[in-house]
Design a binder for this molecule. Sequence first.
Ligand code: GTP
Ligand code: MG
Ligand code: ZN
Length: 316
Amino acid sequence: MTGTVYKSTGSWYVVKSPAGEFFNCRAKGRLRLSNFKSTNPIAVGDHVDFELEVKNAQTTGVITYIHDRRNYIVRKSVNLSKQTHIIASNIDQALLIITINNPLTTTSFIDRFLITAEAYHIQSVLLFNKIDTYDAATKAQAVLLQDRYRKIGYQCLEISAKNRINIDAVKDQMKQKVSMISGHSGVGKSTLVNALDADLNLRTAAISDQHQQGQHTTTFAEMFDLKFGAQIIDTPGIRGFGIVDMEPEEIGDYFPEILNLKQDCKFNNCLHKDEPQCAVKAAVECGDIADFRYHSYLQILEGDQGNYRSDNYTDF
Ligand SMILES: Nc1nc2c(ncn2[C@@H]2O[C@H](COP(=O)(O)OP(=O)(O)OP(=O)(O)O)[C@@H](O)[C@H]2O)c(=O)[nH]1
Ligand SMILES: [Mg+2]
Ligand SMILES: [Zn+2]
């Protein structure tokens, strides 16, 4: 039987059968695992073959095979271990939840996320959450950021998961798709899932007063079927986002506005750094490419791991 993984705790998996039943499964001992080293060989969204076993009147499953993934999104831990973790697989789009403060989401974090999604051919939508709390200055920042990202081609929405503002627009964007929801801890991912379907009632928690950071309330990725005909994968908050193995020449290709201009650079292997007659640098100078995007590009090119909170919005 072939099913879809809805939850993964690392040792147990919840798999949905074609008939819509959920089974607790474990992985068969000698299962051939994915060809790169990851902390979790089986991820939410995976299509797997599994067999049922009945022991002591309990039915559980054994996963015997993982089908090839259409795509997946991975995160490399920013600590020394450099381990790769598959966040989710076989997804149609990524919803990145951004908060301007409480907690702060930096542009460098947003851009690291976006280029990773670009590299795996996954469309991203930016959701600016908690707009019910924005004062005039925060609102102005949010508008500026949305203008910049829309100009590059990313869809942006302002929402309040808590006060249910623009939730229908999010639903429209999600219909008939599998969406993965991502962002720092405390930005409101689980609150949004609850707003999309009140029956789900996922655990959420206030961010800590002291550090203005989330408390990592969601600890495992999990997929949910939503009543309006969509699936969503709630994920644990991510701190930093280490970029997975990219060649320096490749990085610019995942910034759509850089990719667009690179044929106008004098050198066809231009890294848009110190080279003369670089169309990208010229576009940064005249404001066609946002300073903060170019800054993110250089950071990634230089292999800076972009640790959470090491920078802020001052660069635009
Ligand atoms: N004012 C306001 N608060 C919100 C909004 N969305 C979420 N919150 C609050 O932010 C806090 C964190 O929300 P969660 O949904 O637990 O955040 P999360 O992204 O799931 O966090 P992790 O599971 O830790 O990754 C909770 O106190 C929510 O009530 C919003 O639109 N406006
Ligand atoms: Mg959560
Ligand atoms: Zn160039």
